[in-house]
Design a protein around this ligand. Sequence first.
Ligand code: PMP
Length: 284
Amino acid sequence: SIVFLNDGFMPIEEAKISPLDRGFLFGDGIYEVIPTYNGKAVGLEPHMQRMFDGLAAIGIKSTKTLAEWRELIEQLLEANEGDYLGVYLQVSRGADVKRYHAYPENVEPTIFAMTTAIKPAIAADASAAKGFSVSTTEDMRWKRCQIKSTALLGNVMHFQQGYENGSDEILLYNENNFLTEASSSNAFIVKDGVVITPIADNQILPGITRKLILDILEKDGSIPVEVRNVSMEEVFNADEVWVTSSSKEIAPVTSIDGKVVGDGKVGQVWEAAFKLYTAHKYEY
Ligand code: PMP
């Protein structure tokens, strides 16, 4: 595949970075993944805004403007094959001359972009959708989960825990037994027709899929939405549970820790929400 590194495009085999790159040594960088379907991006601007927020939060000076990123993404999509591509963007603080914790001055950030194959949008049909099975565990990550940092070891270790249990994802809860999110997704529950998701504070990544779903449902108005704390008791007693992300869109969860969710089938609110999402996602 063709990737972008620093100032140009090249085959991935030719893309090389220094072992002193702080992305490599410290996980000192910010990344983003933007889904595209037949060249059409979903949520490009909110994705880029989140990346700019993350860079500002860790003190990496602005690298490219929105217009420059847009152009880079267009060229990257033209250079690569595939109808369903995730655009992976990463900016690390760059390579210093030595390994030293303090942010170095006058170091150019390392800019990297590649495409990854994503699945086509899943069938907007409850009978065709696969239910996810998830496990649960206490969230052991840091208190700055709103930053989309490349330092993903906490998330990776949680995902692996679920993976080794045969789960598709793992739901995380804080020390007060409230749902935070999942290891690589946001989480929603549905109870008595109301869609509920945790507040986007420092305990979760403010997912763009989450944001789009909330906005689309609020504008449509037929499905009530609440953003508030969600206890794990509510999760286990929910009629439906969903996990959402750019690559999986809205995935219905049908089993948690081996127990069925609701009636064990993909839910009707999921089906309605997914249809609305599919109809409106390109507006963002
Ligand atoms: N939470 C975490 C921890 C994530 O890594 C992701 C993205 N994979 C999400 C939530 C979902 O974010 P988005 O909808 O922007 O992909």
